[in-house]
Design a protein. Structure first.
Lengths: 782, 148
């Protein structure tokens, strides 16, 4: 049944019961204003809800009653017996209709008119007339569908839950005592029965706490509608995943954060229709609210396609309010900058609006979510929108878990996160060390190993080779093996959020009290992955080529329109900021364009002459490699794409590294390496090592030369070289190798991919990486 | 104003905690350690079906480590919907002590100064009144900074 309708029915039933007494009391004392008001409020509420829920019959009935009662309130009508009876009859009818609605059975409309007419009868002298109407309903009321639902305060459920948990503990205690005393068949059977009952009860009480997230989402359409019309915006709301169930207390706890985020999205995220159209977006913004279950967590995503969050402005605000220093701000990553939105007292809104930005900020949202053991993540692209992800645990519920020991400590891990459990020394398992971190090879798949004892600082009792590997997949996508001492048991555990100081460690999802009565910590697989430094991208690398690689490596790449109007690409990792600077900050000094920015002089690339916009500003990308900073003039940002790391390289080193295909369009990729090399003191060309190429071979001259130059060599030709000492020589494998000069290296290239006797020790000439490695080795050997 | 206060001993210091903030006093026999947590988090213990986070009061007050031998007494408080047990050396009494705590003029060490909300008089002795929430929050300065 529709959540709202169910709510209406429950509420109406609840108010109806005491109301019956009120009406009778009112009949006795018609001047009792308080009673009259109570009844009036009831019919008024019913009328309002009916209009909203589209229940015209109930609306008509309550409307009629309301009208008469209003007259009584105004004093234009005396509440005589007939009137009271008629009101009573209407209220009875409302009750019957509501029951019919609850049972989802049709209820005859016959008699509604008569009831409404009875109200209009002004002080009918014939009392029997009205009372007969009231006493004998025109339609024989069937047996009232018994109420199948009641409302309970959550505290009561909590008490029940705690009571059942206590009962489980008592049962376990009893079980221990019984075992100590030895077997007694009849007692054992009775005890078994008790155990089953307790288990069933625990399960059903847990169920009582679960609620569909629908209840939370059902308020959103109205809120979005009201807000967007108030702000003059158009918003399409798309809701998905309303059938996800979570603890009703959790639902209450995320109600405020969710409301706040949705308000923010509409108020600050989604632009006005005209603004959107100017940005070539549909006039109506889209707001998506999705819920889904992921392991023992519920993920709620709120995504809008609005203007996104300008992290640069955030940083400026944070500096302005003294939250971070300018120095710190300069070294912050993009993620860290976005994190600023969760800082107390920082709002990006220029104006405080009535809707949001009134001081209750994202810091409160995060605090509320973290209090229930959840997290909030933010992801945004300037001009394209913003996505907030709430992850909340399904705690306070019973989750199936695996318990295991490390040293003398017991821990639990959600069973849903476990892929498999293997022995470190098992037949198909080999644990190797890569660098200083262990990696398990399980049936040909490499899985990083996290030594839990080492991570937690708990001394392990078991030799590493005999450890058990619990292969887990965290909700954040990482797959790794948790090395533990022994696996204890599969248990159903009631998990509760741990105290903030414990959650702050980042590795626990909550606490639990297993049947032995000793508290235990539940490990959070995603948190452990993060603390241990396991990353999703390098997790679960296939060790053999036949393993299917389902993850295509991509690099976030920024597409922009350059000064010559061409669209070019640059790897986003190097872009620190996008800024509009005054054109007066750019000057052609010291042989190149330079930008004075934040008290520093930064080399400027991207154009020969700066063309400012109508506000006399220039938009620049600020690029950083950690030590050096350069600026690159652009006209506008086009998009951010996740693109393959490969591109077709250009032959000459220069500002363009190569060409890549983006949505069928050829786009030049900026060579940041080259730009930084230009910006920093270039290596004087005489200091570059020399490489001699065969001048008779046009392939070497035209094809090979740029690669050798890119590898950092100066190129000369074997014919005209005067200084051959120490030079690297590249020869074709089908030419006789000359006696190497003192200290020189000879690299021989062959034309065929396969090596043969003649070309032994040579490199295939299109083996770019082999060639570059050989050139690097030659340089290192000098 | 007359208020019930719980009087306990932490080290050689007698302290008072408003009784309306105290749920109960329990004896703790086993504490489950919480690896990686702040030093003032002694671990977890069970109070019937509920889990208590045990606070090492000495560490919170920066006067060392609470003794962990034998049966331990803990004062149970609820802060922000979480249940905590504050380890004390001895629960002395519950007494009705009139008056609001007075400001402390004596120079307290940092840990005490952080947790204390004033002085109250009982039986001719001065008791430091402590705020359980501040004890639970732990030392004012993070341990990493102290170590540096």
């Amino acid at each position: 049944m529709d959540e709202l309708l169910a709510e209406f029915i429950a509420e109406t039933r609840e108010t109806l019961e005491p109301l019956a007494g009120e009406i009778v009391a009112w009949e006795r004392a018609p001047d009792d204003r308080a009673r009259l008001d109570g009844i009036f409020r009831f019919v008024h509420t019913v009328k309002g809800s009916c209009g909203f829920l589209d229940l015209p019959r109930l609306e008509r009935l309550s409307h009629a009653a309301e009208g008469v009662l209003a007259e009584v309130r105004e004093g234009s009508r005396r509440p005589d017996k007939a009137l009271v009876s008629a009101v009573l009859a209407i209220i009875d009818r409302i009750g019957e209709l509501v029951e019919a609605l609850a049972a989802d059975v049709p209820y005859s409309e016959h008699g509604d008119e008569a009831l409404i007419l009875a109200l209009e009868k002004r002080s009918a002298p014939d009392e029997a007339d009205a009372s007969s109407l009231a006493m004998a309903p025109l339609v024989p009321a069937g047996p009232r569908a018994p109420a199948r639902s009641i409302r309970l305060p959550v505290e009561l459920l909590d008490r029940m839950m705690a009571g059942v948990s206590d009962m489980v503990l008592a049962r376990n205690e009893l079980s221990r005592r019984l075992r100590e005393r030895g077997n007694d068949g009849s007692v054992d059977a009775a005890f078994e029965r008790l155990s089953t009952c307790v288990a069933e009860m625990r399960e059903s009480i847990t169920r009582t706490r679960m609620q569909r997230i629908d209840g939370l989402f059902s308020a959103l359409p109205r809120m979005v509608r009201d807000l967007s019309s108030e702000l003059g915006k158009q918003v399409l709301l798309a809701i998905d995943g309303g059938d996800v169930e979570l603890d009703r207390e959790m639902i209450e706890m995320i109600r405020d954060p969710l409301t706040h985020i949705v308000r923010n999205a509409i108020d600050h995220g989604i632009e006005l229709p005209a603004e959107r159209q100017a940005a070539a977006k549909p006039a109506a913004g889209t707001l998506r609210v999705d819920a889904r279950q992921s392991g023992n967590q519920i993920l709620i995503e709120i995504a809008d396609d609005g203007r996104g969050i300008d992290d640069e402005r955030l940083v400026q605000k944070a500096i302005g309010s003294g939250l971070v220093t300018r120095e710190r701000a300069a070294t912050m990553t993009r993620g860290e900058r976005l994190e600023l939105i969760f800082s107390a007292g920082l709002s990006t809104a220029d104006q405080v609006t009535a809707v949001s930005g009134r001081g209750v900020g994202m810091d409160v949202v995060r605090a509320n979510v973290e209090r229930i053991g959840g997290t909030v993540d933010i992801d945004t692209q300037l001009g394209r929108g913003c996505r907030l992800t709430l992850r909340v645990p399904m705690t306070l519920t019973i989750i199936p878990a695996l318990t295991f020991s490390v040293g003398s400590e017991l821990f639990a891990i959600p069973r849903g996160a476990i892929d498999e459990i293997v022995r470190a020394s098992g037949g198909s398992v080999v644990v190797e060390r890569v660098g200083n971190s262990p990696v398990a090879r399980i049936r040909g798949e490499r899985v990083p190993v996290v030594l839990l004892g080492e991570l937690l600082g708990v001394e392990s009792h078991v030799d590493q080779a005999r450890a058990i590997l619990v292969v887990v997949r965290a909700s954040s996508g990482e797959r790794y093996a948790l090395s533990v001492d022994t696996v204890q048991d599969h248990e159903e555990l009631v998990v509760k959020p741990a105290a903030p100081a414990i959650m702050a460690t980042g590795v626990y999802a909550g606490t639990t009290l297993p049947d032995n009565g000793r508290p235990m910590l539940l490990i959070d697989p995603a948190g452990v992955a993060q603390i241990a430094g396991v990353r999703a991208s390098d997790a679960a690398l296939p060790a053999q080529s036949e393993a299917v690689v389902d993850v295509v490596e991509t690099v976030p790449t920024l597409l922009f329109r350059a000064c010559d109007d061409a669209v070019r690409a640059i790897r986003l990792g190097l872009v620190e900021r996008i800024e509009d600077v005054a054109s007066s900050a750019v000057a052609d000094v010291g042989g190149r364009l330079r930008l004075s920015h934040d008290g520093r002089i930064v080399p400027l690339f991207g154009c020969d002459v700066v063309v400012p916009d109508k506000y006399d500003r220039v938009r620049v990308l600020l690029l950083g490699d950690g030590t050096n900073e350069i600026a690159y003039v652009i006209r506008e940002v086009v998009d951010i794409h996740a693109l393959s790391p490969d591109c077709v390289p250009v032959s000459e080193p220069g500002p363009i590294a190569g060409v890549m295909l983006v949505d069928g369009m050829q786009v030049e990729l900026i060579d940041c390496f080259w730009l930084f090399a230009q910006a920093c003191n270039p290596i004087a060309s005489a200091e570059r090592p020399l490489c001699l190429l065969d001048s008779d071979d046009p392939w070497m001259r035209d094809v090979l030369r740029p690669i050798v130059e890119q590898a950092g060599y100066r190129v000369a030709y074997s014919g005209d070289a005067s200084e051959r000492a120490g030079a690297v020589m590249i020869l074709s494998a089908d030419r006789a190798a000359p006696a190497p000069d003192e200290g020189g290296t000879v690299i021989r290239l062959r034309a065929n991919a396969e090596e043969n006797g003649r070309s032994a020790g040579s490199i295939y000439r299109y083996d770019r990486s082999g060639l570059i490695a050989a050139l690097a080795a030659a340089q290192g050997g000098r | 104003m007359e208020t019930l206060r719980l009087i306990a001993r932490i080290g050689d210091q007698r302290v008072a905690i408003p009784a309306d903030q105290v749920e109960s006093v329990v004896e703790i026999d086993a504490i489950t350690p919480v690896p990686l947590a702040a030093p003032h988090i002694a671990g977890l213990a069970a109070l019937r079906s509920r889990v208590l986070t045990i606070i090492d009061t000495y560490a919170a007050l920066e006067i060392g480590r609470s003794p962990r031998e034998g049966l331990l007494q803990a004062i149970v408080v609820t802060i922000d919907h979480h249940l905590y047990g504050l380890l004390v050396d001895e629960v002395v009494d519950v007494a009705s002590i009139p008056g609001e705590p007075e400001p402390v003029h004596a120079g307290l060490s940092r840990g005490w100064a952080h947790a204390a909300c004033g002085l109250v008089e009982h039986d001719g002795h001065a008791l430091l009144q402590l705020d359980p929430a501040r004890i639970v929050a732990g030392p004012a300065v993070g341990p990493a900074v102290l170590a540096a």
